[in-house]
Design a protein around this ligand. Structure first.
Ligand SMILES: [Zn+2]
Length: 272
């Protein structure tokens, strides 16, 4: 029997972060700064649409008091929204003729504010997949997670329909969640297998297990970690590389300013 997979895959860019490169490559001169894109991935399966990650919560950036309360405490990292007043996630979904109600499944790589800020759109109608360890950490020991860039306001609505994962799980035919802890305690990456009808093959989205192409190619540790020695993050990068090689899938870093816009274009060419 043929295995079902993704019919369409798109990369959304929901904002940018101006930050020291040392957040992405451990040990880099902190005076070197990058503008890194904030991605999400939109996937069409036989059963409907899935969204991987959700970008920033724009209100926490646009409202000066909320900005001060949240982002303003992270000196050296600037959150940047696309121009215009509209919510970037809604704008990007609209480009694909979609509304938030069309998204049946949301899966989160981790709880950082640049990945989970759009979750509020999916209260009470989408199923939200996350590693249990990540959500447990997010709700633990306030304000320690907040000091690590995890804003509880983004995910504490009691009406979220959580599905808690413990380990590697195929969350839907064609999408597998792969635990890659280190950047955060319950971080996960995602493997997407394309449907045979679009030629098979697939991609692995590392998300923040490997921010940049340099992390992947040169097996360099990431700089931002929680309860993990940066050097230990190389292990997850190596495992993802082995997996991508074995399957013949491309391995996509989570915040690379050069490769992500290229992949966005490549996917539009392939699927539109
Ligand atoms: Zn992160």
């Amino acid at each position: 029997m043929k295995k079902q997979g993704a019919l369409e895959v798109y990369l959304l860019i929901l904002g940018w972060e101006h930050l020291p490169k040392s957040w992405s490559i451990y040990g880099t001169d902190p005076n070197i700064k990058l503008i890194e894109p904030v991605p999400a991935v939109l996937v069409k399966l036989h059963g409907g649409w899935v969204l991987l990650d959700t970008g920033f919560n724009p209100s926490l950036i646009k409202d000066s008091a909320l900005y001060k309360r949240f982002h303003g405490r992270f000196k050296g990292i600037e959150a940047i929204l696309p121009p215009g007043e509209s919510d970037p996630l809604l704008v990007e979904l609209e480009k694909h003729n979609l509304k938030v109600d069309d998204i049946g499944i949301v899966a989160l790589s981790h709880l950082h504010n640049d990945h989970v800020g759009g979750l509020r759109h999916f209260v009470n109608h989408s199923t939200i997949y996350i590693q249990k360890e990540e959500l447990d950490y997010g709700f633990s020991s306030h304000p320690i997670p907040e000091n690590n860039g995890i804003f509880r306001i983004d995910f504490d609505d009691p009406l979220y329909n959580w599905q808690l994962l413990q380990g590697e799980t195929e969350i839907a035919p064609g999408i597998t969640a792969i635990p890659t802890p280190g950047h955060t305690p319950g971080h996960q990456s995602f493997e997407i297998s394309f449907d045979d009808s679009v030629g098979g093959g697939g991609m692995i989205f590392a998300f923040d297990a490997a921010d940049l192409t340099e992390n992947v190619v040169h097996e360099l540790p990431i700089g931002g970690t929680i309860n993990c020695d940066p050097q230990d993050t190389i292990e997850q990068i190596k495992l993802l590389k082995i997996r991508s090689k074995e399957k013949g899938y491309s391995l996509i870093p989570g915040h690379d300013p050069i490769i992500l816009p290229q992949i966005q274009v490549d996917l539009l060419r392939k699927f539109k």
